[in-house]
Ligand binder design. Structure first.
Ligand SMILES: [Zn+2]
Ligand SMILES: [Zn+2]
Length: 235
């Protein structure tokens, strides 16, 4: 037994977050084997049965290759989403983001690693979208960076060229307000190192895609040629 497992045992954290059953595997990741295999079936990537919008990554029900939203608001963003933001995966994201169930970073990083390899996107640098300093101060941790650190351990190049300025929370804004408010909220940190040509932005949830489009615009203006994004969920 590893030291971190003893810690989880002492803290009473031995149960699956989703179904509450006891499973030794829950100790390190918070999920039992049954729920893990259910989640893999819900996955939108690496699962030959689903067709996804090529711009936002949402699961498509029609034969079109773009969803109604991306037809209505055309975008050049190329986003992949691991899951829809409902069902078991939606619950997990809520546990991770709002209840600080940090051990889920192992599950999310593993899923991202698997999806990128499945899509043959192996020569990209990964860039976790940075939160504002205010958010880190409030929550005490950086959710996407923790996932990024595990991806780095798995061998992916991790880069941090962007920073975020303080501003209004985007949560209650309309689509148009989000698009306006996001301009200028991110900037490139001063660095002598150039950007890699191929970058994948990592973020938690794709809602309107405004943040990812703005980060993509900045990176491309600075010379990155191929900028895509991957989110844990598509809302
Ligand atoms: Zn379970
Ligand atoms: Zn779409």
């Amino acid at each position: 037994m590893k030291i971190r497992d003893i810690f989880h045992l002492l803290a009473g954290r031995t149960l699956c977050l989703l179904c509450g059953s006891f499973d030794y595997d829950s100790l390190h990741m918070g999920l039992c084997r049954d729920c893990l295999s259910e989640l893999e079936k819900e996955s939108l990537l690496g699962n030959g049965e689903t067709r996804n919008c090529r711009c936002c990554g949402i699961r498509l029900l029609s034969e079109m290759d773009l969803c109604t939203e991306c037809r209505r608001y055309p975008t050049n963003q190329r986003n992949m989403a691991l899951f829809s933001y409902h069902g078991k995966a939606g619950d997990l994201i809520q546990f991770y983001k709002f209840q600080s169930e940090k051990r889920l970073y192992l599950f999310f990083a593993g899923q991202i690693d698997r999806a990128l390899r499945h899509e043959s996107l192996i020569d990209y640098a990964l860039l976790p979208v940075p939160p504002s300093r205010k958010k880190i101060f409030k929550t005490g941790w950086d959710q996407m960076e923790l996932i990024g650190s595990e991806l780095k351990r798995l061998g992916w190049p991790l880069i941090h060229p962007l920073a975020k300025k303080e501003g209004l929370s985007q949560k209650k804004l309309s689509r148009e307000e989000r698009e306006r408010e996001i301009i200028g909220r991110y900037y490139l940190k001063r660095s002598k190192k150039g950007l890699p040509e191929k970058i994948i932005l990592l973020d938690d949830v794709y809602t309107t895609g405004a943040t990812l489009r703005e980060c993509t615009r900045i990176l491309k203006a600075e010379g990155a040629e191929d900028v895509r994004s991957l989110t844990i969920a598509r809302d």
